[in-house]
Ligand binder design. Structure first.
Ligand SMILES: C[S@@+](CC[C@H](N)C(=O)[O-])C[C@H]1O[C@@H](n2cnc3c(N)ncnc32)[C@H](O)[C@@H]1O
Length: 349
């Protein structure tokens, strides 16, 4: 909350409302002239937002992905702060019916927005073995990815995989037994994480959301992002560095245009302290990064980047461009067996 540096009369976007813990913190710091914009792609989160915050005249609520924040009229005049608290919320994990949990049996769904895209069951029913293996490896760093993918394809030929418990048991049955006395995570942990990231296009959304937030921020505005695994944090770290630091020069190439930083990193990456982890054990793997938008104050609130984001968003809605940027697209592209990247292949059994 300190990273966002909330001003009493500022305008802030919580792009991942969840159950409103952070939104509540921002509201406590806002005066009567301030505004808080709340987004989430999960209809249940939006229902909680409407119920808890809908009557507050400082609050506006919108269901949708933060990738499309530039479409929202409330964002038109720019933002003084944007918060993304990535990943799944506790209720999404805890309610079996949402299908995220290997510990509780439910329909194999895993979509944060149940009205968008394929469920995990639909994807596992149609994806090729190599595609499944690559998703498990890329998004879950699952060393047994090929073995698990093979088992999934064999099992679905006999009966469709429709329940979380069915998938968790199948994965556990093909994993090596843990060494005696060693505490191991549940054998399906990495696979469930990978499938969830894939089904929700989480990394592509993060790339697009960072660009949209950057464009919408006013000079002096703050971007705060909390990530829960290294794939997300790497994207955030590189995004801030790309906008804050000149790329390393190459003496053999001609000088290109002078680099103008548009962001300034605020402090180093921060992990949750003991009190935060005690209050919320899931904060154990959380990493916070904060950056500030540069530019002279008083330049005006319209940012050409925001206009560009809005145009791109409209095209996306009309289906003319995909949400997946080229930087992240490479993660989603499933290489043909012949073109697999050797280091990855070497580390995979
Ligand atoms: C970790 S929770 C946020 C918790 C929240 N900060 C709180 O205090 O309760 C993440 C939330 O972000 C939402 N979410 C994830 N990706 C999103 C996206 N691209 N656009 C909008 N909401 C997203 C999820 O549906 C989930 O409700």
């Amino acid at each position: 909350m300190d990273g966002l540096r909330v001003m009493e009369d500022g305008t802030y976007l919580d792009g991942t409302f969840g159950r409103g813990g952070h939104a509540r913190g921002v509201l406590q710091r806002l005066g009567t002239g301030g505004r808080l914009l709340l987004m989430d792609k999960d209809p249940e989160a939006i229902a909680v937002a409407e119920h808890g915050f809908g009557a507050d005249p400082r609050v506006s609520i919108h269901r949708g992905s933060f990738t499309d924040l530039a479409h929202w009229d409330a964002v038109r005049d720019g933002l003084d702060g944007v918060l993304f608290d990535l990943g799944v919320s506790s209720p999404q994990l805890d309610v079996a019916e949402r299908g995220f949990s290997f510990g509780k049996d439910g329909p194999l769904d895993m979509r944060m927005d149940p009205d968008a895209g394929e469920s995990a069951a639909q994807w596992l029913a149609r994806a090729g073995e190599a595609e499944i293996a690559d998703v498990l490896w890329t998004f879950g760093e699952e060393r047994m990815s090929r073995r698990i993918a093979r088992a999934i394809v064999a099992r679905r030929a006999e009966q469709p995989l429709t329940r979380t418990a069915q998938l968790a048991e199948l994965i556990a049955s093909v994993m090596p037994r843990p060494k005696a006395g060693r505490h191991e995570i549940h054998p399906a942990t990495r696979s469930f994480q990978a499938i969830r990231i894939h089904v929700n296009r989480e990394l592509a959304d993060l790339e697009a959301g960072l660009d949209a937030a950057h464009a919408a921020l006013r000079p002096g505005g703050r971007l705060a992002v909390i990530s829960f695994h290294s794939l997300e944090d790497r994207i955030v770290k590189r995004f801030i560095a790309r906008h804050a630091k000149a790329p390393a020069g190459n003496r053999r190439l001609p000088e290109t245009d002078a680099f103008e930083p548009t962001l300034r990193a605020i402090g180093a990456a921060r992990k949750g302290d003991a009190a935060e982890i005690a209050a919320n054990p899931r904060a154990r793997s959380a990493v916070l990064r904060v950056a500030e938008k540069l530019g002279a104050p008083g330049l005006g609130t319209r940012d050409p980047g925001l206009e560009e984001q809005r145009r791109e968003g409209q095209q996306r809605q009309q289906g003319r461009i995909g949400v997946c940027s080229s930087r992240v697209a490479s993660l989603f592209r499933v290489p043909s067996p012949a073109s697999r990247v050797p280091p990855t292949t070497e580390r995979r059994p």
